[in-house]
Design a protein around this ligand. Structure first.
Ligand code: HPA
Length: 268
């Protein structure tokens, strides 16, 4: 089943039943909305946008999706453009991350009673120390699938680039953006860092669709506002929902390696 994590401005998908779960890692940020056993949707910041990026219960969200049978996650985010060749409203499908936000892990070296027969569940039960590889942190096959769908829909999009993840909740200073640009980042957001690496720790495929909602701080003469962020996302919602439904029917990802990264990741 496809898991979808909706970011700022995307809080639901149509015609769904919902489930409320409590996980060993706490309560997820919203109910999980399930569409025809094909899509499990969660609102990252809750339906009323009450969780700032550094307080999102990332572990609970990912564990809840996994518990419901999700094996690949499509995450939707609003981002600022560091690369000035990007347009407002353009979709970016990043290929890598620099994470300056929180670093969370399922493998704290402390045994925790969790249910499940798979590798992550047994490693967590044993309190194992695990160092997971973060190459291709965004699933290659999911990215290919997104590319094909966006091409078919004739969307304005760009493949590749680096997502810099800041702590937030404030926007960045122009000097911070300049530094991130020097490091090679092309877009900036506040959530994909912890989320993508936790998905990898569970062996789940994960890819991101970033909607460019503004030029990053210092790149435009005007001040950044959350109003513009939400407005631009709302203009893209019907496209994003089309992509989500098409992704749910695409199973090409099955040949990827995301589930195998845990096989040689254990130390202690
Ligand atoms: N910076 C960080 N996060 C964001 C931005 C930004 O400019 N725009 C939308 N989310």
């Amino acid at each position: 089943m496809l898991g979808v994590i909706g970011g700022s401005g995307l809080y639901s998908i149509p015609e769904v039943e919902s489930r409320e779960l409590i996980t060993p890692f706490g309560k997820p940020s919203s109910k999980i909305y399930i569409y025809q056993d094909r899509i499990a949707f969660i609102a990252r910041h809750s339906e009323n946008h009450t969780f700032p990026p550094h307080k999102v219960p990332y572990k609970a969200n990912l564990w809840a999706l996994k518990t419901l049978g999700v094996d690949r996650i499509l995450a939707i985010s609003a981002v600022g453009a560091i690369d000035e060749s990007l347009n407002i409203g353009q979709i970016v499908v990043p290929e890598d991350i620099i994470n300056f936000s929180i670093h969370e892990t399922f493998y704290d070296g402390i045994a925790l009673e969790v249910e499940g027969e798979d590798i992550p569940a047994s490693l967590i039960r044993e309190g194992a120390v695990v160092h997971v590889d973060c190459t291709d942190i965004y699933c290659f096959y999911m990215r290919e699938s997104i590319k094909n769908i966006l091409q078919e829909l004739k969307a304005d999009f760009k493949m590749g680039g680096i997502y810099a993840c800041t702590y937030g909740p404030r926007f960045e200073t122009p000097a911070e953006i300049m530094a991130l640009e020097k490091l090679g980042a092309s877009i900036v957001g506040m959530t994909s860092g912890p989320e993508a690496t936790l998905a990898r720790e569970l062996g789940l495929c994960y890819a991101n669709i970033s909607i460019v909602t503004n030029l990053a701080a210092g790149k435009s003469k005007s001040k950044l506002t959350t109003t513009e962020v939400i407005e631009v996302v709302s203009q893209k919602l019907s496209l994003i929902k089309e992509v989500i439904f098409k992704m749910a029917d695409d199973f090409g990802y099955k040949s990827c390696d995301c589930g195998k990264y845990l096989q040689e990741a254990r130390v202690g």
